[in-house]
Write a protein that binds this ligand. Structure first.
Ligand code: SF4
Length: 310
């Protein structure tokens, strides 16, 4: 397996990654506690900082989205809607109109976004979103193919393995699945941020393996290609999985889940300081930043129940 990087000439590459859209499971924010599962985002949170995982997945503390994340949500919605149109109409002008429409719909749904993007910044906000769309067209020609599905919610129960009772329910959203006439499957994920520097590629690779495993387990077919399209700098990362590697990755996910469950039983979710803390909304409740850890609310369901934290 290897990650292959494709660069658009004349664009720069950042050295680190950051969340670039509001995670689908938090649009809109869900204050309630619900049956948990493991998503790529939450698994990544736990690996990055167990306390961050706890605040997001168990306490479900609200977080204020950034303009960049909202822009990511708007662009994702526009691209999803673009593929609802007949192929011949999927031209840049259509996509720009869909961006404007997605922004309007999002504001209607969540009027508080007007505070995040005040009136005097809307033009710039939409112009930046249009630029992301323009970069998308340098990477693909959406008039030339029709996806099998967009924004597909996938859920896979690795407990069905039968080899142990330490399985895990995987859950996530796949931006797009393309199926070639010969049956080969391609999984595509849009990123509205810049592509990660090499030292941050592992998180991207983790996400791609997660989706590759989910598709493999759901369909019995190893995807021929997984592709991340970075719309801020016109790069794409591709990953070609193989079956043995995905089976090993299933074991990795189970191990992560086992560690989460153990922490969930004791409430021990230690903070882990890193450069990523600069994007964390929970410093006020983090001892690494002089805060006090909130009382642990307990695992979302009674001990012994087969549930999972998303
Ligand atoms: S500030 Fe850093 S160490 Fe503290 S909870 Fe957030 S990510 Fe973890």
């Amino acid at each position: 397996m290897s990650l292959v990087r494709h660069t658009l000439p004349g664009v720069s590459v950042s050295t680190e990654s950051r969340p670039d859209a509001i995670p689908p499971e938090r649009v809109p924010a869900l204050p309630s506690r619900r049956t948990p599962a493991l998503s790529p985002s939450r698994a990544g949170d736990y690996k990055q900082c167990p306390l961050l995982y706890r605040y997001r997945a168990i306490d479900r503390l609200p977080e204020v989205p950034t303009q960049a994340q909202v822009k990511g949500t708007v662009v994702h919605a526009a691209l999803e809607n673009l593929f609802d149109m007949p192929a011949g109409l999927r031209v840049p002008e259509s996509a720009e109109m869909l961006v404007d429409g997605a922004w309007g719909a999002l504001c209607e749904e969540s009027p508080e976004l007007r505070d995040l993007v005040p009136d005097d910044q809307v033009d710039r906000f939409l112009s930046d979103a249009h630029q992301l769309i323009a970069t998308y067209y340098t990477l693909e020609n959406p008039t030339a193919f029709t996806p099998e599905s967009c924004e597909l919610r996938v859920e896979v129960d690795l407990r069905a393995d039968g080899e142990d009772d330490n399985g895990v329910l995987l859950r996530g959203f796949v931006d797009r699945i393309d199926v070639a006439p010969d049956g080969r499957v391609r999984v595509v994920d849009y990123k509205t941020g810049r592509s990660p520097g090499e030292s941050f590629e592992s998180r991207a690779l983790f996400q791609m393996k997660f989706y590759a495993l989910a598709i493999y387990r759901l369909r019995g077919v190893v995807p021929a290609r997984l592709q991340l399209l970075y719309l801020a700098d016109g790069q794409s990362l591709t990953y070609t999985p193989d079956k043995a590697e995905l089976e090993r990755f299933a074991k990795t996910l189970k191990a992560i889940w086992k560690a989460i469950q153990k922490a969930g039983a004791t409430g021990e979710f230690p903070p882990k300081k890193s450069r990523m803390c600069q994007w964390c909304d929970h410093k006020a409740h983090c001892p690494e930043f002089g805060g006090t850890v909130l009382p642990y609310p307990g695992w979302p369901t009674a001990p012994g129940e087969t549930s999972h934290a998303e």
